[in-house]
Design a protein around this ligand. Structure first.
Ligand code: IMP
Ligand code: MG
Length: 231
């Protein structure tokens, strides 16, 4: 197999419909049902026993917002948007944990458009187990070395009040980063309290609390392959 160039699968081919899964749904998958008289689908996540401590009810219904096909299409479209704006040789700095699934798909989509970013991660203090931001953001651990003088694409799962992204942006600028672009998988502009320029957005939504595709509520739901709302 060495030396072979594999064609990039089309975004749609990455999709496995729930009915095509074998077994139909793995532990931690989800039961999909339609609400009668509604076009919205409700998913009841199946979580392994023992993972449900705290306020997140692991069986709370999740309203589907963006399924695997829509997410793959949107990530596939973001890559050329980013490649038109940022020359090769940039560094992605992704915020843990929420961006881990998104950034894994994004870097592979970027490879398909000739971009070969370095990838770094930073961890910021999070919402903890609640839904409202604590209002203060802290860096947990170290900043990545080697961002000085480089172009950075800062990637997060959700841009909500803007505090986390503004904090990370300022930290990186303090490290001498040459230029920073911001990419958020989900943007909630109506919730903004701190000004940030989101250069690349996966999905813009209203004031809803989302989970899935890496995004959690009290460490639950990150495993869901789709993005849904918990309200
Ligand atoms: P911000 O600092 O208020 O913009 O919040 C950003 C962080 O809060 C994101 O990185 C997420 O981890 C978390 N967050 C904001 N909105 C949501 C949501 O709807 N679901 C899950 N986490 C969220
Ligand atoms: Mg986050």
């Amino acid at each position: 197999m060495t030396g072979m160039l594999l064609p990039l699968p089309s975004p749609v081919s990455l999709y496995r419909s729930p009915s095509a899964r074998n077994p139909p749904l793995p532990p931690g998958g989800a039961v999909l049902s339609r609400m009668a008289g509604s076009t919205e689908k409700t998913m009841t996540p199946e979580t392994p026993s023992g993972g449900g401590e705290g306020p997140a009810d692991p069986r709370a219904p999740v309203t589907l917002l963006f399924d695997e096909v829509e997410i793959a299409r949107r990530v596939g479209a973001l890559a050329p948007e980013i490649s038109r704006a940022i020359a090769d040789g940039f560094t992605i700095v992704a915020l843990l944990k929420g961006a881990f699934v998104f950034v894994a798909d994004l870097v592979r989509a970027l490879d398909g458009v000739g971009r070969h970013p370095r990838v770094e991660f930073i961890t910021l203090s999070s919402y903890g187990r609640g839904r409202e931001s604590a209002g203060t953001v802290r860096l947990i651990g170290e900043l990545p070395a080697g961002v000085a003088g480089r172009a950075v694409l800062l990637v997060d799962d959700v841009a909500d009040t803007g505090r986390s992204l503004a904090f990370a942006r300022d930290l990186l600028l303090g490290q001498g980063t040459a230029r920073i672009w911001i990419c958020a998988l989900v943007d909630k502009p109506s919730r903004r309290e701190v000004e940030i320029a989101v250069d690349f957005t996966g999905f813009t939504i209203g004031d809803r609390f989302v989970v899935g595709y890496g995004i959690d509520y009290a460490e639950q739901y990150r495993h869901l392959p789709y993005i849904g709302a918990l309200d």
